[in-house]
Design a protein. Structure first.
Length: 332
């Protein structure tokens, strides 16, 4: 039943992806295109975080360091060299290598710690990258940041929109396969009961590091796309707010669902856009962050397991009740 439900969810995502693929050709709106591009970028970032939080049970407050590495890698390559596809691919490869190495090193040094100890150490490591970006002005230009050119192919917003959408769908399918693999099952076992998983003979640290590396690389890819969408990068990409956004997107959508991360990213980005637009109409909406907080509180109250998690739970309970009634009728 769970396998069928998973396949059904994958089919729904692919149908929605097909609709989004055709959208820029049937409905021309530059603002909508930019907004959806941001949703795709942060969906990738939120899914990478969901792999840690939802499937492995690891709470990280320093996930923005990988996002920032991706953004700065792309920005520096495009600033220092010609903005060609060759250098773009080299920047992507550099990001994968750096984020993979850093996430492996961070995981090796910190994943022996439990719960909030690990979370606080990742926050301090992310802070180190923020300080490095602020002080290494010859490379990063400090807090001021810098603009850069992008490859000609991505100057057209439609092309870049399609790239982000394809990458988002690819990441979703890869993570779906990854989490349903034997390795993914072990990660979920670690989330449920780490001591019991270790007693069964699994080297827990190795599996947690594997999840950390996978998550870090995907966060770096999200950072690359974010930098290209703005054609500008500064130290804000290492800010705690970036990690908190990923955390909120995952919780609102549904922890451990992947689809929930996409839905959460969409809701937060659209709510942000809608509330900032309302601020132009009336002064009361200038403090849009208060209304954003109210929306978050309402979602947590009515969807305690996230939107996808709560809906799945309701569906499962109904099916259970229906099967119980059926068994009662057969017994009668």
């Amino acid at each position: 039943m769970r396998f069928i439900q998973g396949n059904r969810m994958t089919a729904i995502v692919l149908i929605v992806a097909a609709f989004l693929l055709l959208l820029p050709f049937v409905y021309e709106s530059r603002n909508l295109l930019i907004l959806l591009t941001q949703v795709f970028v942060f969906s990738i970032f939120a899914m990478s975080y969901d792999l840690l939080l939802g499937f492995t049970g690891i709470v990280s407050f320093g996930h923005a360091m990988f996002f920032g590495i991706g953004a700065y890698s792309m920005g520096i390559f495009m600033k220092r060299f010609e903005p060609t596809l060759g250098y773009f691919l080299l920047a992507v490869l550099t990001t994968i290598v750096i984020t993979g190495f850093v996430s492996f090193l961070v995981g090796l040094l910190t994943l022996r710690l439990k719960s909030h100890f690990y979370a606080m150490l990742t926050l301090s490591l992310s802070g180190l990258f923020l300080v490095l970006a602020e002080k290494w002005r010859t490379l990063t230009y400090g807090n001021d940041g810098f603009t850069f050119r992008v490859p000609e192919l991505f100057i057209d917003r439609t092309n870049f929109y399609l790239l982000c959408m394809v990458v988002m769908v690819a990441v979703f399918l890869i993570l779906k396969r990854f989490t349903n693999s034997p390795l993914g099952r072990v990660l979920q076992a670690i989330r449920e009961n780490e001591q019991r998983t270790e007693s069964l003979g699994f080297h827990v640290l190795h599996y947690k590091i594997a999840a950390s590396v996978m998550s870090g690389v995907l966060a770096g890819i999200a950072g690359i796309l974010y930098a290209i969408s703005l054609r500008f990068v500064n130290t804000s990409v290492f800010a705690m707010d970036i990690t908190l956004d990923a955390l909120l997107m995952t919780i609102i959508g549904g922890v451990g669902t992947l689809v929930g991360a996409i839905i959460g990213a969409g809701l937060i980005e659209f709510a942000h856009h809608w509330l900032t637009e309302l601020a132009k109409e009336h002064w009361i909406f200038e403090r849009w962050i208060i209304f954003f907080g109210i929306i978050y509180i309402l979602v947590v109250m009515f969807f305690p397991r996230g939107i996808v998690g709560t809906l799945s739970s309701i569906s499962w309970k109904r099916k259970k009740q229906h099967s119980a009634k059926k068994e009662g009728k057969l017994a009668g």
